[in-house]
Ligand binder design. Structure first.
Ligand code: YCP
Ligand code: CO
Length: 275
């Protein structure tokens, strides 16, 4: 199944905000910081060991064990127990994305033998918080339950001035992603229209401005230029793969062989293989 909105979790704003207030004080880890430009951190609520310090996804056992941080969100836990078949849950995390952050376009699960059914439930978000997949940008609203096909190239960006908080759940189930729900509704297909951001094409002068960054790029600033390109992909019709293409063209224009080599390696790591 491709990325789809599966349904809506009924979240009562009072009890949810009291859970989230507590979550302000949780310890967020730096796992996966190489995918982040800005500040994106996560906090384990369920994992293999029940120890929040085990911060990375791995193969392993289910049902997952709840951590002390998971226990400290009793309202969220009650909603999740009612909504999801938690006996198939492997990992549950809070992901906190700070203002101005972007994720480098990547595919997930490349380092694992098997992937998971990846679910996002936004808990605190705004229309200025977007995800992108291949050649689409979209917004996931508070309480919506999304299946994200995380094996597709994807990214995220926030232009909101507050932390974007998502719950990320990884399930192990051979059946359709819909089967992680106690009460699956009609299967829809693809990203719904009302979630998609209109992205007009790059204007000729924007294209020229991007090409000219090849005169500026070097090994000290290429992450900044990468961030500019990623951000542009959320407002302009710029497929995520072409973010890497454009950066590679700039590196070639710069004539720096080390930079060209670094970009090739990084693109491979984010999109093809982690070894
Ligand atoms: C995600 N993938 O797409 C995560 C963020 C890196 C791995 C961190 O939400
Ligand atoms: Co990802």
């Amino acid at each position: 199944m491709r990325t789809t909105r599966l349904g809506i979790a009924e979240l009562a704003s009072g009890p949810l905000s009291s859970d989230l207030k507590g979550a302000d004080e949780f310890t967020y880890n730096d796992a996966y910081s190489d995918f982040v430009i800005g500040d994106w951190r996560s906090c384990m609520l369920w994992n293999n060991s029940g120890e929040a310090a085990d911060a990375k996804l791995s193969g392993g056992q289910y049902p997952a064990r709840i951590t002390a941080f998971g226990e400290a969100m009793p309202y969220l836990r009650s909603v999740l127990e009612r909504t999801f078949r938690l006996d198939h849950l492997r990992f549950g995390r809070l992901a906190r994305m700070m203002p101005g952050t972007v994720l480098v376009p990547h595919r997930d699960f490349l380092e694992l033998n098997e992937g998971f059914i990846r679910i996002h439930v936004p808990l605190a978000t705004n229309r200025l918080c977007l995800n992108a997949e291949e050649n689409q940008a979209f917004h996931m609203a508070t309480g919506e339950i999304w299946f994200l096909d995380a094996r597709q190239l994807h990214s995220a960006a926030s232009a909101w001035d507050r932390p974007r908080i998502h719950l990320i759940l990884d399930f192990c189930l051979k059946d359709s992603p819909l089967d992680i729900l106690h009460n699956p509704s009609q299967a829809t297909s693809g990203i719904p229209e009302d979630a998609i951001m209109a992205r007009p094409p790059l204007t000729p002068s924007e294209q020229a401005a991007i090409a000219a960054l090849g005169d500026l790029v070097d090994r000290y600033n290429y992450r900044d230029i990468l961030a500019v390109l990623i951000r542009k992909a959320f407002t302009r019709d710029l497929p995520l793969q072409s973010v890497f293409d454009q950066l590679e063209l700039m590196a070639e224009r710069s004539g720096d062989p080390d930079l060209i080599d670094t970009l090739k390696r990084e693109r491979l790591y984010f999109t093809i293989a982690r070894s």
